[in-house]
Design a binder for this molecule. Sequence first.
Ligand SMILES: C[S@@+](CC[C@H](N)C(=O)[O-])C[C@H]1O[C@@H](n2cnc3c(N)ncnc32)[C@H](O)[C@@H]1O
Length: 433
Amino acid sequence: MSKFTHSVKVPTQYKATAKILKVALEKQKSIKSLIFEEKHARVRSLQAVLKHYSDNRGAVDNAIEETNLLKDNPNLDSALAKVLVTELIFGRGQLNGDSKPVQTVREYKERLEKAISGSNIQKKEPNPRYVRVNTNLLSIAEALEYLSSEEWRRKELPAEATYADFLTAIRAMEEDEFMTDLHVEGVLIFHPKWAHYWAGHDFVHSKKFILQNKATSLAAELLAPPVGSTVLDLCAAPGMKTLHMCNVMQNKGRIYAVEQSQERYRALCDITNEAGCEIVTPILGDALTMDATRCPDVEYILVDPSCSGNGMQSRISVCDEQKDDKRLYKLAGLQIKILSHAMSAFPNVKRIAYCTCSLWKEENEQVVQRCLQLNPSFKMLSCKKALRNKWQNVGDKEYAKIGKNCLYCLPDSDLTDGIFLALFEKKRDGEEE
Ligand SMILES: C[S@@+](CC[C@H](N)C(=O)[O-])C[C@H]1O[C@@H](n2cnc3c(N)ncnc32)[C@H](O)[C@@H]1O
């Protein structure tokens, strides 16, 4: 009998994840597109490890360096080490199998933990899981009743609670508790631990519950189209905000939902249909070609155009994002065109909401400034006031008369995705400011 023993193989899951991480780090490629190309069946867990790494990159790299893990084990692949350390410390807390790399990293567990707790690089705490009730299919009372029957405990705040009290309460939420949002009706807040639980829940599959971040729910909340009104959503797919506006309008009135990408238009039709929207007219076309003949009697408009998206917390990034001035200039040009079109092509319009999931001023305050110059018949409304002053982050005050009226959601302070919002109202005849 041969004395040669085959070494235990590294689980394909870890190998596939390390392969993606290696290419992303070496070629500075987007993890999302690399995952998309990956044939491996367990994409979700692969994504989870990469997201943990992206959130805790500094701490993982520092711990590997400080414990000499790679120096003492020169055969250990660097990307695989990052994946295994991430999974062991920030992910499931354990590793599968007994391959040599797994055994090695396991042996370093205590030293890695010590290095991480001793360093001043903070572990990034994930934001809560937001779940919005789709009132087309389920009332808020029914949703609360369901949660209580499943033994979720509702954490309530006194009516006089401030926004700071509210954020403190979210941070201190127990795992079996949930809260209702301070600003947006129907938004439920759960401990981040339950992110995957809700992603796989029946109510989410049947569209009774919608996985929508609180930040993006503020657009429909602030535009506040009344029941029975006529609304135009100029950049609509996949339709999260279209659906939310439909809920705000109690499924009464009309929403023209415009999308120019064929594939995304199909998603918009499917989602609004499955979610029970009876008032949505999806339109495949370019926002810039829409007018009052195609979409008559429009009173409220949402402009949520393509943007750099650097506020989205679901993004997985393993390199520091560089500001790409050329790309921002191009995006801002299109954003100005669409917002300005909304302001000029619909004679009955009363109010417009503009939002991006970008934190760059080029796509935000500067777009607003240019559109107000081009369309002096509009004035801004204060988003903070619309939220009963229970808000902190507004725009840059350097933009006189603009910054203070805009709203930012910032991931670290508002515990949401990063977004920007501005609200406009058509001035009455002869009105100055
Ligand atoms: C940020 S996404 C909108 C997200 C959507 N409002 C939601 O909440 O689900 C921007 C969308 O605008 C579409 N878009 C970009 N330019 C457009 C144009 N000129 N006309 C119509 N749709 C456009 C993009 O294809 C993309 O689907």
